[in-house]
Design a binder for this molecule. Structure first.
Ligand code: MN
Length: 421
């Protein structure tokens, strides 16, 4: 696990004034990576770091000589840390880089972002035990949690080609669905379109085929964390998911936040990984003292919904839920990496591992509509009186995430939004 260093110093301030404002997601202690270009241009996307309401162009600042984020992410941990230290020092108040780097800044409002790296493979896990239990009760009242759940980090191979950056607009998917009382399936637009509140873990260096990553080294292979919305067509999913898991119910769209908050930036916001008394302890390949001590992440996550009617009336998105990752996740990122590779499977730079839906223990901390509405039976009422069992056309879903702790400067993960049409 990354130790605290000078880049986390709460007293550190930046010559970029907006980075010092209370409540900013991107103070100098954060420094997340993304890919951007001037909005409206056809330039190639370049690597940037968010600072306040600006983006620092790393190439223009003379910090890197590549536009390839995957190459940048695959360097050694030592080189990653050295790059962060250089960025931090150059953006700090009083730095002699200010004059030169001022010319390498672009306002985020004037930037177009893309997915932060090339995503070769996408695996979605199922680490949210409260989500798994609630969903399990809806599908299998007699056995909500499958017997493997507390032993194996459950996952499936998702679709990388349909992952887009925040702002994604996508068409409601069509597919086969079958009502429980129907004799045969029917075909048409999904009537039970849902979101999933997730974190996306981005792989830094990969491993050679046949060479597992031990849990002790797993975080060296983790570049950082994004917000992920794993849109899900529940009616398609219910009909197709057995016996091989979700397929077309998930592969039509997934939306990612533009900034990868690095593992190093998250160092002040680690938490103990603990199993409830009576639960099985992880097998040795999924267990380490460091993972128990600080394997979990302390991130607050919020979900907001803005309907077309709210947007037309100029009303802000309404919050549906707020919860914390430490209560939601049954497995840590290090365990997911160790498990993914234990059979010899090779991860590659830029691979994306979804956490699974991160629902808290309380009903109002649920990370999907199927949980919030009891499978659609109890629609929620929005502040303007509209009701939702599942998403309607024109709905925009927003996920935000941030870390707050005494003794540390608040950092944010930004947001991921997407709209169904
Ligand atoms: Mn998911």
């Amino acid at each position: 696990m990354t130790a605290l260093n000078a880049t986390h110093d709460p007293k550190l301030r930046s010559w970029v004034a907006s980075a010092n404002e209370a409540g900013t997601d991107f103070p100098i202690q954060n420094l997340p990576f993304g890919r951007f270009r001037a909005a409206g241009s056809q330039e190639a996307f370049r690597i940037g770091v968010a600072i306040g309401d600006q983006v620092l162009d790393l190439k223009a600042a003379g910090l890197v000589d590549t536009d390839d984020m995957n190459a940048l992410m695959s360097v050694s941990v030592k080189d990653r840390q050295a790059l962060r230290a250089s960025i931090s020092a150059g953006l700090a108040e009083g730095s002699d880089k200010q004059a030169a780097w001022s010319k390498a800044l672009l306002a985020q409002a004037a930037a177009e972002m893309t997915v932060p790296c090339r995503i070769g493979d996408y695996t979605d896990f199922y680490t949210g035990i409260h989500h798994a239990t609630t969903i399990g009760k809806l599908f299998r009242p007699d056995q909500p949690l499958m017997p493997n759940y507390k032993w194996v980090p459950i996952g499936y191979h998702g679709r990388a080609s349909s992952i887009r950056v925040s702002g994604q607009v996508f068409k409601r998917p069509q597919g086969q669905t079958k009502a429980p009382d129907a004799a045969e399936p029917s075909f048409g637009p999904s009537k039970r379109l849902d979101y999933e509140l997730e974190l996306g873990f981005v792989v830094a260096r990969g491993n050679a085929l046949g060479e597992p990553i031990a849990i002790g080294e797993a975080e060296d292979h983790l570049f950082g964390v994004t917000l992920l919305n794993d849109w899900s067509a529940r009616d398609v999913q219910a009909w197709e998911y057995q016996p091989l898991g979700p397929f077309l119910s998930k592969s039509f769209a997934s939306t990612l936040s533009p900034w990868i908050v690095t593992t190093e930036a998250l160092a002040p916001f680690r938490a103990k990984f603990e199993r409830p008394a009576g639960d099985p302890q992880p097998l040795p390949y999924l267990d380490s003292a460091a993972n128990r001590e600080s394997g979990a992440l302390d991130i607050t996550l919020e979900v907001l919904l803005q309907t077309a009617k709210m947007r037309a009336a100029g009303e802000a998105p309404a919050r549906l839920t707020r919860g914390n990752t430490t209560e939601a996740a049954y497995w840590t990122a290090a365990q997911l990496i160790a498990h993914h590779t234990v059979n010899g499977c090779n991860l590659q730079p830029g691979d994306l591992l979804g956490s699974g839906t991160l629902s808290g223990p309380k009903p109002d901390e649920a990370g999907s509509l199927i949980e919030l509405t009891q499978g659609g039976k109890q629609p929620i009422t929005l502040p303007n009186g509209e009701k939702r069992a599942f998403l309607e056309d024109g709905d925009t879903l927003v996920i935000r995430g941030y870390c707050e702790r005494a003794g540390a400067v608040r950092i944010g993960l930004g947001e991921v939004s997407g709209t169904v049409v």
